[in-house]
Design a protein around this ligand. Structure first.
Ligand SMILES: [Zn+2]
Length: 333
């Protein structure tokens, strides 16, 4: 099912990935808009604001990048670096289950923030300032005995979107226009909530043979038409302000129409995105079963139980002595 943006398609406006096509140019794009689901993820972790914002952008970026691939499994975006934030992980399954976490050095983070405050600088938001030098990698895991698709790029640029842009340009030779945003927004009824969003348009290289309708439109353009069209779309995409990308009162359909109506924009069926972790007691059992009992005993809390906390969702799995005995019995049999 498809609908024309601006036509007021009812239904989802938050927590979804919306594929679209720019009609006159045959260009494909995607918009992700995350509301309550990303708020749940970021609130649960309670990171300092700049860390939460960076993770929110990574979550939006993961949904955008995953949406460009056909896969059945887990797409993982991981950023490792030497800055105050040392690790960001965001993953999304082909069913739209999203989760993520960050690791940061609280002391380094606090001293960097204090130094900025003293010098009168605002809150640090940039990739060089928060993440430093490192790389952004992504993998697609489709289960055992399947290929893991992996892309990797050095962190270059001020934003995560810049880094992803560099990856597509240098590694995939795909011209990409990409924006992400994440902010805590004041709610009309008081309080605030995190929201995240992203917008991506790509100029795919022409594929022989199985060209889709969109490819045929793009290929029918003269070189000048294609070049001018692409430049126009880049400018329009870049013109989308963070407030517009995030605004609860502006639906993604309305925003896409506002940006691209001159070229015609068609939106496709949205895909729901949900805050859901894949951890389980069974998975923790499997990890603990592989450890010698003496090491498990060393992990005990003062109350005598081993507690394993999921980094993604903070769920705590407790194992008292009888649970550990049961694990050992199960392993022996
Ligand atoms: Zn979990």
């Amino acid at each position: 099912m498809t609908a024309y943006a601006g036509g007021g398609m009812p239904g989802m406006t938050d927590d979804m990935l919306l594929p679209f096509q720019i009609e006159s140019l045959g260009l494909r794009g995607r918009m992700v808009r995350l509301g309550a689901e990303v708020d749940a993820v970021l609130r649960r972790h309670d990171y300092p604001e700049p860390v939460a914002r960076m993770l929110g952008e990574a979550l939006a970026l993961a949904v955008l990048l995953a949406g460009a691939l056909k896969y059945d499994g887990v797409f993982t975006l991981q950023i490792q670096s030497d800055g105050p934030i040392s690790l960001l992980v965001a993953d999304v399954t082909s069913d739209g289950h999203l989760r993520g976490y960050a690791q940061f050095d609280a002391e380094r983070f606090a001293s960097a923030a204090a130094a900025r405050a003293q010098s009168g600088a605002g809150i640090e938001r940039s990739v060089p300032g928060l993440l430093g030098a490192g790389y952004l990698a992504f993998t697609v895991d489709q289960g055992a005995h399947t290929d893991r698709y992996q892309g990797i790029v050095e962190l270059t640029g001020a934003t995560l979107a810049d880094c992803a842009h560099t990856y597509f340009r240098d590694s995939e030779q795909i011209e990409t226009c990409l924006k992400t945003a994440c902010e805590r927004i004041a709610l009309p009824g008081g309080g605030s909530a995190w929201r995240a969003a992203g917008l991506m348009v790509q100029r795919m290289p022409a594929e022989g043979g199985s060209a889709s309708e969109a490819d045929r439109i793009w290929q029918s353009l003269t070189e000048d038409e294609a070049e001018d069209g692409w430049r126009r779309i880049v400018i329009l995409t870049s013109s989308a302000r963070n407030e517009e990308l995030l605004a609860p009162e502006l639906s993604p359909h309305e925003l896409l129409f506002r940006l691209f109506h001159e070229d015609g924009v068609r939106v496709f069926e949205p895909h729901a995105v949900t805050d859901r972790c894949r951890c389980s007691r069974e998975r923790v059992d499997a990890v603990l079963s592989a450890q010698p009992r003496a090491e498990l005993d060393d992990m005990k809390e003062p109350d005598g139980a081993v507690v394993v906390t999921c980094q993604f969702c903070n769920r705590a799995y407790r194992y008292d002595d009888s649970d550990l005995d049961a694990l050992a019995d199960a392993t022996r049999h």
